[in-house]
Design a protein around this ligand. Sequence first.
Ligand code: UDP
Ligand code: MG
Length: 344
Amino acid sequence: MNSTFTALAPAVPAACMLSVIVPAYNEEEVLPIFHQRLVAALNGVTELQGSFEVVYVNDGSKDGTLRILQELAMHDASIGVANLSRNFGKEAAMSAGLKLARGAAVILIDADLQDPPELIGEMVRTWQLGADVVNMKRVSRDGETWFKKASAAWFYKVINWLSEVHIPENVGDFRLLSRRAVDALNQLPESNRFMKGLFAWIGYKQVLVEYARHPRAAGQTKWPYVKLLNFAVEGITGFSVVPLRLASYAGFLTAFSAFVYALFLLVKTLTIGDSVKGFPTLILTILILGGLQLMAMGIIGEYLGRLFKESKRRPLFLLDDYKPPQAMIADLARSPSPAVAANA
Ligand code: UDP
Ligand code: MG
């Protein structure tokens, strides 16, 4: 499958068939149940024949998430645990996972059981039929507020109207990526990690699979509305320059009408004369123009800020530590427990 893909990334031999990447931020409540269900699901996929790894990325959690992950890894040779140096956000945590995963295919899944692990079998089969990206589309979003659903719908409308690549609606980050798709993503240098846009941008054979999204099993959402709004702006400005153009059109249009109006006023004053009657018009003009100018400046600032961020060329995340699968078990065996010491 990788033979035609040499332009961007050197082919890395896959160490296992499937890597499952799980970003986790303050998920101590749900992780034990999640892992149990995930492993049960993975073992149920006969196509995998047990050849999988689970890469957990602890995104600077403030609760016991890391400890729970380390404990799980001590008893399960398929778990790798990455620990980021602080909370970098889900997009960065996923990027970290994508860099560390060694599977021939990779699945991104949330830790809160909103993305059912039981769908992995279907995703793997779709991949084996030749798909590079298997997008999981939510047909229902139980347990989410009316406002969140409505704003999500609007977000997809706006971004698809503006952006040059089509971003499938109601497809979250739950998806499967083939090795060449992962390699392509890993090569993208930008630090604006609007992943939904990047997944669409890489192209290749994309397949849509529908599923019902469940409410969170435990714990709390990490996306307050302000963060979601920032995320939306990030997505739109990262994948479209149309707002920049809109600002110039609006500015041009207003300036042009103002000029025509000024001519009209001039002629009127010269022929009929004028008292101080024009005050409302004056103040209105000032306000409208001021508003438009601010808007245009804001939009330019948005892109400028993005450029500034890119120009720093900072890494997307810093890894504190990564213990690949089996590392913890090996550590345990090496530690001089009495039994081991006696045998030596
Ligand atoms: N997450 C993360 N870093 C963050 C926020 C969230 O790694 O800064 C993870 C979180 O642990 C979960 C996934 O991203 O596995 C989705 O988060 P959440 O369920 O809060 O988002 P929602 O489903 O409400 O959109
Ligand atoms: Mg969630």
